[in-house]
Design a protein around this ligand. Structure first.
Ligand SMILES: [Zn+2]
Length: 407
C-alpha cells in the first residue's frame, strides 16, 4: 500500500491540467481571493446560525435596514439571499465611516456571491474558484473484497466505487475477485487554501484480476465527455450495462418455457427479474431514445428505450418514473429512468428487464454486448501521447512498490 505525491514528466502546458507536486506548495497555493479593499476597510465575518435571516444578521452587525433592502433586492443575485443556510458565511467590508461597501456570501469552499456598492445600489457577482489539483497514487492487494483492501490502502469509498465502475465490464467485483488481485490508481485530490476539500477524477488505473491486468486511462476525446479507454484506444465500456439495477438476487431467469407464477400456465419469461427494494434506481442500459414511458395492466409503469437501429431495452413494474423521462427523450447510459416497484402483474418489488436484438428477445445475462465507441482514428496520435505519459507513471509507481516490498 502506497500513498505518495508524484512528480509528473514535463508536458506542454496547454494540453494537460496542472498539478502541484511539491507538498510544501500545498499551504501557499495562489488562489484568487475576494478582492481586498485597498483602503482602510474593515472586514467582519460571521457564520450563519439556525434561525438566522439577513435582517437579523445585519442588525447584529449594526448595519442598516436600508442596506439589507439594497443588497437583497439587487438584481439578479439578491434573491440568492432570501434563503441563507446555517454554516455558510457572510463577510462584510466596511469603510472608515462604518458604511457597508461590499458583502460576500460564501456557500462552499469554492463558491461565493459578492455584492459591491456602486453608488446607491449593490451589484452582485457569482464567483466559483477552481481548486488546485494534486495527483495522488494508491495501491492495494486484495485478500477478500475490493472494499476491505481499499480501506486498508486508504482509498475513499467514492474512489473505490468509481474504480469498480470503470472495470465493471471486464470484472464482476462480486464473483470474479481472487486473493492476490491488485489495483494501482492515479487520481486527483482537490485542494483549496492549502486544505483537502475532496476527490477529483481517477486519471489512470490498473486492476489485476486472476493474473490478468486491465488498464484504463481517462481521456476527453473531441466532442465527447471524458471517459475511460484501454491503451489501445478501445472503450472500457460496453454499449450496454449488463444489469441496469443494483439487485439483491435474480428472482426469475430468462426462460422461454416457464410456468407463470400467477397463471400456472406455460408462458415464456422473455426477460430477467432482478429483485430489489422498492425505490431502487433503475438506469438506462445504454445511450438511446425513450420510445415509451407509460402504464398498462400487465406491465405496470414501464419504459422502452430504442438504441440505434438494432437494440431495444424494456423496463417493467416501476414504482415511478424519473422526472425527465417521457417518450421522445434522449437518454445517456447510466442515467436514472425510474425506480423499482411492483406495479402491474407483479408479486413483489423487482425490475423485469428485456433485451431485444433486431426485434428478438435475448437473455440479458448472456447476450454478447457491443463495444462502446473507441477513440476515433484521427485522434489516436494525441490519445497515445496522453496514454504513454500516464502508463509510464503507473509503471513507475508499480515498480517502486515492488522494490519497497522486496526490501
Ligand atoms: Zn419478469
Amino acid at each position: 500500500m502506497e500513498s505518495v505525491l508524484l512528480t509528473l514528466p514535463e508536458e506542454p502546458r496547454a494540453a494537460q491540467p496542472e498539478f502541484t507536486t511539491d507538498p510544501a506548495a500545498r499551504s501557499n497555493i495562489a488562489q484568487p481571493k475576494p478582492q481586498r479593499p485597498e483602503h482602510a476597510w474593515r472586514e467582519v465575518s460571521t457564520q450563519i446560525k439556525p434561525g438566522d435571516n439577513l435582517a437579523l444578521i445585519f442588525q447584529r452587525q449594526g448595519l442598516s435596514a436600508k442596506d439589507v433592502h439594497l443588497v437583497s433586492t439587487s438584481k439578479p443575485l439578491g434573491s440568492q439571499l432570501k434563503q441563507i443556510f446555517p454554516g455558510h458565511k457572510l463577510t462584510f467590508y466596511l469603510d472608515e465611516h462604518g458604511q457597508l461597501m461590499q458583502m460576500a456570501y460564501t456557500t462552499g469552499p469554492l463558491d461565493r456571491y459578492e455584492f459591491k456598492r456602486q453608488g446607491d445600489v449593490f451589484v452582485g457577482e457569482q464567483i466559483t474558484t477552481e481548486p488546485e489539483r494534486i495527483l495522488a497514487y494508491k495501491h492495494g492487494t486484495i485478500d477478500h473484497s475490493l472494499f476491505i483492501a481499499s480501506q486498508r490502502a486508504g482509498l475513499s469509498d467514492a474512489i473505490t466505487m468509481r474504480l469498480a465502475q470503470i472495470f465493471q465490464w471486464d470484472i464482476d467485483f462480486v464473483l470474479d475477485i481472487r486473493p492476490g488481485d491488485a489495483f494501482y490508481v492515479l487520481f486527483e485530490e482537490l485542494i483549496h487554501d492549502g486544505e483537502f476539500i475532496g476527490y477529483g477524477d481517477i486519471l489512470a488505473a490498473e486492476f489485476v484480476n486472476n493474473g490478468q491486468p486491465y488498464r484504463a486511462i481517462q481521456y476527453a476525446a473531441e466532442g465527447r465527455q471524458p471517459d475511460y479507454y484501454a491503451p489501445s484506444g478501445d472503450s472500457m465500456r460496453k454499449a450496454f450495462l449488463r444489469a441496469p439495477v443494483e439487485f439483491s438476487r435474480i428472482s426469475s431467469n430468462f426462460n422461454l418455457r416457464r410456468v407463470h407464477p400467477l397463471f400456472k400456465t406455460v408462458r415464456p419469461h422473455r426477460g430477467i427479474d432482478y429483485a430489489a427494494p422498492t425505490g431502487t434506481p433503475i438506469l438506462a442500459a445504454g445511450d438511446g431514445r425513450v420510445t415509451t414511458a407509460s402504464r398498462t395492466q400487465p406491465n405496470g409503469n414501464y419504459v422502452v428505450i430504442q438504441h440505434g437501429e438494432q437494440f431495444v431495452t424494456k423496463y417493467l413494474h416501476l414504482s415511478k418514473f424519473a422526472r425527465h423521462v417521457k417518450s421522445g427523450q434522449r437518454i445517456k447510459q447510466g442515467q436514472i429512468i425510474g425506480y423499482v416497484g411492483a406495479t402491474g402483474w407483479a408479486t413483489a418489488p423487482h425490475l423485469h428487464y428485456e433485451f431485444l436484438v433486431n426485434g428478438v428477445h435475448q437473455n440479458p445475462r448472456t447476450v454478447s454486448l457491443p463495444n462502446a465507441a473507441p477513440i476515433p482514428k484521427q485522434q489516436l496520435p494525441n490519445f497515445h501521447a496522453h496514454t504513454q505519459r500516464y502508463s509510464a507513471l503507473l509503471d513507475n509507481y508499480k515498480h517502486q512498490t515492488s522494490v519497497a516490498v522486496a526490501r
